[in-house]
Design a protein around this ligand. Structure first.
Ligand code: ZN
Length: 140
C-alpha cells in the first residue's frame, strides 16, 4: 500500500492528523492537506486535563452550600493547584469540572462567599456578560 492510500484509510477510520503522521512517518501538514482534499472534518477532542479532578476535590472542604479551598494560595490570594505543567487556579479547574469547557477570561466566584471554589458557583467573563445582558446589571 502506498503512503497516500494508507493516509486516506487512516483518515477514513477517524484518526487525527498527528496520530496518522506518526504512524505513516510524514509531516502532519501533509495529512492535513489530504484531509482537506477529501473533505474529511478535523478530529476535535476535548482538551485533556493535566491535573486530576481528585486533586481538586482533595483540597476542598464544604462550608454550608459553598466550598472552601484548603490548598495553596498564590501571592494575590487566589486558590491554586500546582501541576506538572504549571499553576492552575482552582476557579478555572472548578469551571471546567462544571461546564466541561475552557473558561473565557477571568473566572471568579459568583456567590457571596469570598474565594468559594464550588464548581456551581464560579463564573467566567462570558457568563458575567450574559447575566448582565439578561438582568441589566453592569458586568464586574
Ligand atoms: Zn459559593
Amino acid at each position: 500500500m502506498n503512503i497516500r492510500a494508507a493516509i486516506e484509510e487512516l483518515l477514513t477510520a477517524g484518526y487525527g492528523n498527528k496520530a496518522i503522521a506518526r504512524q505513516v512517518h510524514v509531516r502532519h501538514q501533509r495529512v492535513a492537506e489530504i484531509r482537506a482534499e477529501l473533505g474529511i472534518p478535523n478530529v476535535v477532542r476535548p482538551t485533556t486535563a493535566t491535573y486530576s479532578e481528585d486533586a481538586f476535590w482533595r483540597r476542598t472542604q464544604p462550608v454550608g452550600d459553598h466550598l472552601t479551598w484548603t490548598g495553596h494560595f498564590n501571592s494575590t490570594g487566589v486558590p491554586c493547584l500546582r501541576t506538572t505543567d504549571g499553576m492552575h487556579t482552582a476557579y478555572r479547574i472548578a469551571f471546567r469540572i462544571r461546564w466541561g469547557r475552557e473558561p473565557v477570561g477571568t473566572v471568579r466566584p459568583g456567590c457571596d462567599m469570598e474565594r468559594c471554589v464550588h464548581p456551581r458557583h464560579v463564573e467566567d467573563a462570558q457568563m458575567r456578560r450574559q447575566y448582565a445582558a439578561i438582568f441589566g446589571e453592569v458586568a464586574a
